[in-house]
Design a protein. Structure first.
Length: 68
């Protein structure tokens, strides 16, 4: 995953956010994991991004998604 996603350069403004890069094609580029992944990750609350336990992370994501 490190090859696909990179942390944003603006760590002080939005910590734990991923860099969103532009895509050249709109047919597949904007709908790819590389393009959508950072948008989804950046929309999560900071509490989810800070978690270091995968089990708690999954539980929190399910609860968060149900609220959306």
């Amino acid at each position: 995953m490190k090859e696909i996603f990179t942390l944003s350069h603006y760590k002080t403004l939005k910590p734990f956010n991923l860099f969103v890069s532009g895509r050249k094609t709109s047919k597949y580029g904007n709908n790819s994991l590389r393009a959508l992944g950072p948008h989804i990750w950046n929309s999560f609350p900071i509490e989810i991004k800070k978690m270091n336990c995968i089990i708690r992370f999954k539980e929190f994501i399910k609860k968060w998604y149900a609220l959306e």
